[in-house]
Ligand binder design. Sequence first.
Ligand code: URA
Length: 264
Amino acid sequence: MNDTLSTLNWLVEAGADEAVAEEPVNRLAAKAAVQPLQAPRPAPARAPAPIIEDDAVGGAMASAAAATNLAELQAALEAFDGCALKRTATNTVFADGVVSGRILLIGEAPGRDEDRVGKPFVGKAGQLLDKMLASIGLDRKTNAYITNVINWRPPDNRDPTPEEAAACLPFLRRHIELADPEVIILLGAVAARHVVGISDGIMKLRGRWLEYRVGERMVPLMPTLHPAYLLRQPAHKELAWRDLQAVREKMKALGLPQSATQSN
Ligand code: URA
C-alpha cells in the first residue's frame, strides 16, 4: 500500500495528474489478450505492375549495329519505333549531301521545313549554312555530308528530352562510323552536348579542336555556332567564320578537296 501511495505521489509530482482513459488498462497482461479497437482493415489491393516499355536504347543499339552501310542504317532508322518523336513527325530525317567528301556536319534536330521535306537543314538556317559552307569550298552536292543528333522533329521545336536523344544516339554513333569522316563540324550546343558529352556553353567550346573516336582513329572535331543562332545574332557570324577558317586549314592539311564554288 505504501508502495502504491509513494508511486502515486511520484507520478503527481512528475505532472502525471490526469487519467488518459476512462478505463484502466492492465499493460502487464499478455499482448494477445488486448482486443483491437477496430477490426483490421483488409489489405489494399496491390497496384498493377507498371507496364515496362521496350528497351528503346537497347533496341536502337542492336538495330544500328546490324547496319553495314548507310542505306541499311537509314532503313533501320525508318523501321525503328523506340523514339516517341516519330509518332508526331511527318518524315524521318536521315542525312543529305555527299559522304565521300569526308566532311560531316552534325546539327540538332529537324524543324518544320526539314520534317516536311525529309532532309536536314532545308529551311532558313539551312540556307545560311549553305553560304557558310560555300565560304570554305564545301557544298552538300559535292563534298559535305549533313545529319542531326535527332532524326524526328520535336513538336513546336522544343528541346529533345534526354530519353528521345538517348534513343537516337546509337543511330548517330553508327552513322558517324559508317560515314567515316576526316573532319566533323558540330553545329550548336545541343549537338556538342550529345556528341562529345560536354555541356559547356557553345561560346566557350567553339573554335577549339576536339577529337572524336571512330574505331581506332581520332577524328578532329570543330564545334561552332548553329546557323539558326546566327540568324538571331548576326554579329556573331564573324566567330563562326573564324571557326570555318580553321576547318579550311585542316582540310588543306589533310589534302581534302575543296569545291570549285568556294566564295570568300
Ligand atoms: N536545325 C538543325 O539543327 N537541324 C536541321 O536539320 C534544321 C535546323
